[in-house]
Design a protein around this ligand. Structure first.
Ligand SMILES: Cc1cc2nc3c(=O)[nH]c(=O)nc-3n(C[C@H](O)[C@H](O)[C@H](O)COP(=O)(O)O)c2cc1C
Length: 438
């Protein structure tokens, strides 16, 4: 796996890493591996590498949940570091407080919440970030996958590293490789895609809660960093609450709740259920994060108030507007929003340029860069489709091409600003009431 860490170091231990990071000289270091190298499987086949269990009926799954899932085998392993009851909650909150209680968080996004994008979002107000989902088994087996899919740097904190898994031992092996570099190891229990069904992970583990419990316990009892989980809700509220309590009891120290069910895949079509998130928050004693329907800072405010959650995650909107958490919003949300707005001194071409600079410092696969450029410049391309076509026709990209393309868009004279909400002070100034005259 590739870490952008200081020159000349060996495998970084928890303590050595801190002191090493004091150095200003950095280089990319490939950690020594104990695993045998396997050649890279094509992306589409990655999930076939996991065995697939037959799916159970939804009815069965809900029954299982409502009757406590405590019958699962013990998955503790040793040494046991997991505390029970009060001390578990105290530790969970102490850790959260140590991280500064981040409220504005970049959600995990495959191929999209990679290091340069996280750094861009952090620059514009994000207080923590998730990595994209990493496939635990491939992560343990394949050095190339590790090097390509997980990079980080000292400024990239607080960091949640997310894995999908369905084997506790493999998950632990993968988690151990990243724990010196992150603040939580997160388990993806929410991916609803076909690929997750085939691989039997993500939201499809909602059909096998004893296994979910095992995964959480395995990490909670064996890692130094706390375990977090990201879930979707069940259609039945009580089932969701039981599920969340089970995760907490198993040792989960932080829970992110995406307020949509496994079948509600389309975020634009289905609104996230903040009431369900509120119910989970009220039922748990660990920090809870809310996910879904965060498009601008007014949504952040409303979501925190309505759910009582300790923070919010945003995904799709951040892709279009990575400056969301600094208060910027696209024109779409300005119309009809309360209060007045003004054009900010920033637009998406500026953000693309900043993103590209981060990519030059922290290399990532071109497919990720291409995806971000399309998402950030979507409105610009709609106005100038020939520029998009030109981009699409490039089978090999270069930074030079991309910087030139941004310049071309600017020269076409288009203005698509991002907006900022007027503050109280702005309004006073606009009314011609300087502080001296107030
Ligand atoms: C491009 C993309 C990739 C995603 N990848 C992941 C992932 O790796 N892990 C995960 O838990 N959720 C993933 N999600 C789901 C988001 O984290 C989030 O739960 C969902 O988009 C709802 O948030 P939103 O309404 O702010 O978009 C992804 C979403 C998008 C748009």
């Amino acid at each position: 796996m590739k870490f952008i860490i200081p020159f000349g170091s060996l495998v970084p231990s928890r303590n050595s890493l801190k002191s090493l990071m004091a150095s200003s000289v950095t280089q990319t270091l490939t950690l020594p591996q104990t695993q045998t190298f396997h050649s890279d499987p094509p992306q589409d086949d990655l999930d076939d590498l996991l065995c697939s269990d037959p799916q159970q009926e939804q009815q069965e799954r809900q029954q299982l949940l409502l009757s406590s899932p405590d019958t699962s085998p013990s998955c503790f392993g040793s040494p046991s570091r997991c505390l029970t009851g009060e001390s578990h909650f105290e530790r969970a909150w102490a850790h959260w407080a140590k991280l500064g209680r981040p409220k504005l968080i970049v959600a995990p996004m495959v191929d999209n919440s990679e290091l340069p994008f996280r750094m861009l979002c952090r620059k514009y107000g994000a207080e923590a970030a998730y990595t994209p989902m990493l496939h635990s088994r491939i992560f343990t087996e394949n050095e190339k996958y590790r090097n390509q899919e997980f990079t980080t740097c000292k400024e990239d904190r607080p960091l949640f590293v997310q894995f999908c898994a369905n084997d506790p031992d493999i998950l632990l092996e993968a988690a151990r490789k990243v724990e010196p570099f992150c603040d939580y190891v997160d388990i993806n229990l929410g991916c609803p895609q076909r690929i997750a069904r085939r691989g039997n992970y993500g939201a499809f583990l909602m059909d096998n809660l004893p296994l979910v419990k095992c995964l959480v316990q395995k990490l909670a009892h064996n890692l130094h960093v706390p375990v977090s989980c990201k879930i979707r809700v069940f259609p039945d509220l009580q089932v969701t609450i039981n599920y969340a309590r089970m995760l907490e009891d198993a040792g989960c120290s932080l829970l992110a709740v995406h307020g949509r069910t496994r079948d509600e895949k389309d975020g634009k079509k289905f609104r996230a259920d903040w009431k369900a998130i509120k119910a989970v928050k009220n039922a748990l004693r660990i920090p809870v994060l809310a996910n879904g329907n965060i498009r601008h800072m007014d949504d952040v405010q409303s979501c925190l108030e309505e759910t009582g959650a300790d923070g919010v995650l945003s995904a799709e909107t951040l892709l279009e507007n990575p400056a969301l958490f600094a208060g910027y919003q696209t024109a779409e949300w300005v119309v009809g929003s309360e209060g007045s707005n003004r054009e900010g001194q920033l637009d998406q071409t500026d953000l693309v340029v900043e993103y590209l600079k981060f990519c030059e410092s922290y290399p990532v696969p071109w497919r990720m860069i291409r995806s971000h450029v399309h998402k950030m410049l979507g409105d610009w391309f709609r106005m100038h489709p020939h520029v998009r076509e030109d981009l699409n026709s490039q089978s090999i990209l270069s930074f030079e091409f991309l910087y030139n393309m941004v310049e071309r868009l600017r020269e076409l004279g288009t203005k698509i600003p991002l907006y900022l909400k007027d503050t109280h002070e702005d309004r006073i100034a606009a009314d011609g009431l300087g502080s001296s005259s107030v």
